[in-house]
Design a protein around this ligand. Structure first.
Ligand SMILES: Nc1ncnc2c1ncn2[C@@H]1O[C@H](COP(=O)(O)OP(=O)(O)OP(=O)(O)O)[C@@H](O)[C@H]1O
Length: 596
C-alpha cells in the first residue's frame, strides 16, 4: 500500500494530556484538588478573618454574613480556619509522600535491578519498618522532636516507604525479565533510556496510585494526631478543628461537618486522581530524550572509531569472523561448565550461514557472544570475534551498544515478547530510529512507514498506530525485522525466527529474510534447530553439538554427503527428500540425502 502521508503515530507524550483530559475521573478529582490547593495557597486573601483571632461574642456563633460557617468554641472564624487548615493538611501529605518516594523508589529500583546483597538488606529493613507499630513510632518521634508537624510526617513517610520499595522492586524484577527489555538493548537503546522508558514507565503507574493513596493516609494521620491534641495547638488544622468540634458537638453539631467534609473530599479526590491517572499513564510514554540518546550514540561512535583495528585473517571477504570461541559458566561447586568449546566460523556479505544443532548445543550462546549479550555470570575464556576491522571482544558496553545499533542487528525468536505491550508499533519504531539518527518525529515516522512497506506489511499506517496485541505474530516478526534493518546493518542474526510462528507464515518470513539478505547484501546468520529452515534459506551450515562445531559445509554438500555421524542423524530426523532451496534453479540435483 502506498500513500503520501503516514498516519500520526500514537506517541504517549502527544497523548498524555489529551487522554487525561478525556478521563472524567481525572478531570473531576483534579479539579477538586485544584480547588483545595487554590484555597490553601490563597488562604491569606480568601480568609475573611485571622484563623487565630478569638472573639468572645463569636463563640459557637451560627453561620452569618460575617462568619459564613460560624464561629468555633474559642470564637474563631471557622471558614478562615478551614482555609488555613488546608495548608497544614496538604503540606503534611506532601512531606510524607516525598519522603516515602525518595526512600522507597530508588531502593526498590536498585534492589530489583541488581539483586544480590543490597536487595537482601533492603528487604530486611523494609520488613522491620512494616513491623513497627506506626502510632508508637509517631509518638516517639513527637516526644523526641516536639509537636511540630514536619518531623512526624517525615517519620510517617519512612514508615510508608516499604510499600513503595516493594512495589518498585517487584515491578522492576518482572520488567527486567521481559524480552522487550533485551530487545531494546539489542536495538542499541542506551541503558539509561531503557530504565526511563521501559522500566520507570512501568513502575510509574503503581507508584502514582500508591502515592495518591498514601497522601490520603498522611492527611488522615496528621488530622488524627491533631485530633488527639498532638501538634501545634495554635496552628489551624482540620484535625484540630475536628477536636474542637467534637468537644462542642452537642451545642454546635455543624462544626464537625466542615473539617470532616474537607478531609473526606480531599482524601477521596486523591484516591480517584491516582486511579484515573494510572489508566492514563498505563499506556503512556516515559520521558524520552532522542537528543541524549544521539549524544550517547555519538560518543560511542567516537569510541568505536578509536578502538584498535584488526586485520581480517580468515577471509578477506568475511564480514563476521568468530575464532576459537569458548564460553564457560561457574557451577555452584566452584568448577566451570564449558557451553561453547572452540567455535570458529565466518560469514560473508550477501551470504546466509545457518547454525544448527539440538537444544542445548550452544547455538544461542554463540549468537549472544557475537551480539555481546551473554549474561553477566558467563565467562568468555578465549577466542576472537571480529566484525570487519573491529575486535568486538575488546569493546566496552557503550561501544558494543553502538555497534549493535548500527552494524549488527538481531531478530528474536518470539516477536510478541520482544515488543513492549505499552507502546504502539510506531512509537517503538520511532524510538529506535531516533535513538541513532537525527530525525524529527515526523521524519522518523515516515521512515518507519517505509520500512514497514519494505517488509511487505499491507497497511503500514494501521500497523504504526497499533499496539502489539492488535497485530498477528507474523506481522510482529515483520515489524521486528523492519526495526532490525532500520540501521542498515552489516550482519543480521536471527535466532529461531520462525519457531513461534504459525506454519502458514513461517515460509513468508523466511522468504522475506532471504529477499532482504540479497537486496541489502547482508551477512545473515540463522540460528535454528530446523534443517528445513536451513535448506530453505542458507548457503552454508555450521552444525553444533555439545558446544562444538562438528561440521561446517555448503548447504548442498552437507545435504548430499553429510560427513559427521551427528549431521547424518540430524538430517535423518528432519529432512525428507527436500532439496536445498538455495540451489533450486541453479542446476543442482533436486533431491537431498536423507539418511546415511
Ligand atoms: N545462564 C546460564 N548459566 C549456565 N548455563 C547456561 C546458561 N545459559 C545457557 N546455559 C547452558 O548453555 C548450554 C547451551 O545453551 P544454548 O542456549 O546456547 O543452547 P541452544 O543450542 O541455543 O538451545 P535451544 O535451541 O534450546 O535454545 C546449555 O546447556 C545451557 O544449559
Amino acid at each position: 500500500m502506498t500513500g503520501s502521508t503516514a498516519a500520526p503515530v500514537r506517541t504517549p507524550s502527544d497523548h498524555v494530556v489529551r487522554r487525561a483530559l478525556r478521563n472524567p475521573t481525572v478531570v473531576v478529582s483534579g479539579l477538586v484538588l485544584l480547588l483545595v490547593v487554590a484555597a490553601a495557597v490563597l488562604a491569606p486573601l480568601l480568609a475573611p478573618h485571622s484563623p487565630t483571632e478569638a472573639v468572645l461574642d463569636d463563640v459557637l456563633a451560627p453561620p452569618s454574613a460575617d462568619h459564613p460557617l460560624g464561629g468555633d468554641s474559642a470564637g474563631r472564624d471557622v471558614l478562615s480556619r478551614l482555609l488555613w487548615g488546608a495548608r497544614t493538611s496538604l503540606l503534611a501529605g506532601l512531606i510524607a509522600i516525598v519522603t516515602a518516594v525518595v526512600v522507597g523508589v530508588p531502593a526498590g529500583l536498585v534492589a530489583g535491578y541488581r539483586s544480590g546483597r543490597f536487595d537482601a538488606v533492603a528487604g530486611w529493613v523494609a520488613s522491620v519498618l512494616l513491623a513497627v507499630p506506626g502510632i508508637v513510632a509517631l509518638l516517639v518521634v513527637v516526644s523526641a522532636f516536639g509537636t511540630a508537624m514536619p518531623p512526624s510526617m517525615i517519620a510517617l513517610g519512612v514508615l510508608l516507604s516499604p510499600a513503595f520499595f516493594r512495589l518498585t522492586r517487584s515491578t522492576v524484577v518482572n520488567v527486567r525479565a521481559e524480552l522487550y527489555v533485551d530487545a531494546a538493548r539489542v536495538a542499541g537503546i542506551s541503558p539509561v533510556s531503557i530504565v526511563f522508558r521501559h522500566i520507570l514507565s512501568v513502575v510509574a503507574t503503581p507508584i502514582i496510585i500508591q502515592a495518591s493513596l498514601s497522601a490520603g493516609v498522611a492527611i488522615i494521620v496528621q488530622a488524627g494526631l491533631a485530633f488527639l491534641g498532638i501538634g501545634d495547638s495554635l496552628a489551624p488544622s482540620w484535625g484540630a478543628m475536628v477536636n474542637d468540634a467534637y468537644r462542642s458537638n452537642i451545642e454546635a453539631p455543624l462544626l464537625t461537618l466542615w473539617p470532616g467534609l474537607a478531609i473526606g473530599i480531599t482524601v477521596a479526590a486523591l484516591a480517584l486522581l491516582g486511579s484515573g491517572l494510572s489508566d492514563v499513564v498505563n499506556r503512556t510514554d516515559a520521558v524520552q530524550s532522542p537528543r541524549r540518546s544521539r549524544r550517547l550514540a555519538a560518543e560511542a561512535a567516537a569510541e568505536v572509531a578509536a578502538a584498535p583495528k584488526v586485520e581480517a585473517r580468515t577471509s578477506d571477504e568475511a564480514t563476521l569472523v568468530v575464532e576459537d570461541l569458548h564460553v564457560q559458566y561457574s557451577r555452584q561447586d566452584g568448577t566451570r561448565a564449558e557451553v561453547v568449546k572452540g567455535v570458529s566460523f565466518h560469514v560473508d556479505r550477501g551470504e546466509c550461514l545457518g547454525i544448527v544443532g539440538e537444544s542445548g548445543s550452544g547455538k544461542s550462546q554463540t549468537a549472544f557472544s557475537v551480539l555481546g549479550l551473554l549474561p553477566p555470570e558467563a565467562v568468555r575464556v578465549a577466542g576472537a570475534i571480529r566484525l570487519r576491522e573491529l575486535d568486538l571482544l575488546s569493546l566496552g558496553e557503550r561501544s558494543l551498544n553502538h555497534i549493535r545499533s548500527s552494524r549488527l542487528a538481531y531478530v528474536p525468536q518470539d516477536p510478541m515478547s520482544n515488543l513492549d505491550p505499552a507502546y504502539t508499533i510506531g512509537a517503538q519504531m520511532v524510538e529506535t530510529i531516533r535513538a541513532h539518527e537525527r530525525l524529527s518525529r515526523r521524519a522518523a515516522t515516515q521512515r518507519a512507514r517505509a520500512l514497514l512497506e519494505r517488509v511487505l506489511i499491507v497497511d503500514p499506517d494501521k500497523a504504526l498506530g497499533s499496539y502489539p496485541h492488535e497485530i498477528s505474530g507474523g506481522m510482529a516478526q515483520r515489524v521486528l525485522i523492519a526495526m532490525a534493518i532500520s540501521c542498515s546493518p552489516d550482519v543480521l542474526i536471527a535466532d529461531e525466527p520462525t519457531t513461534a510462528l504459525d506454519v502458514t507464515v513461517q515460509q513468508e518470513v523466511l522468504d522475506l529474510l532471504r529477499e532482504l539478505q540479497r537486496d541489502l547484501d547482508l551477512a545473515l546468520v540463522i540460528v535454528t534447530h530446523n534443517l528445513g529452515v536451513v535448506a530453505d534459506i542458507c548457503d552454508r551450515v555450521a552444525v553444533m553439538k555439545d558446544g562444538r562445531l562438528v561440521e561446517t559445509r555448503d548447504v548442498f554438500d552437507l545435504s548430499a554427503a553429510p560427513q559427521h555421524p551427528y549431521t547424518r542423524e540430524l538430517l535423518g530426523s528432519t529432512l525428507s527428500n527436500v532439496a536445498p532451496r538455495t540451489r533450486i534453479g541453479q542446476g543442482s540435483p533436486s533431491t537431498a540425502t536423507t539418511e546415511a
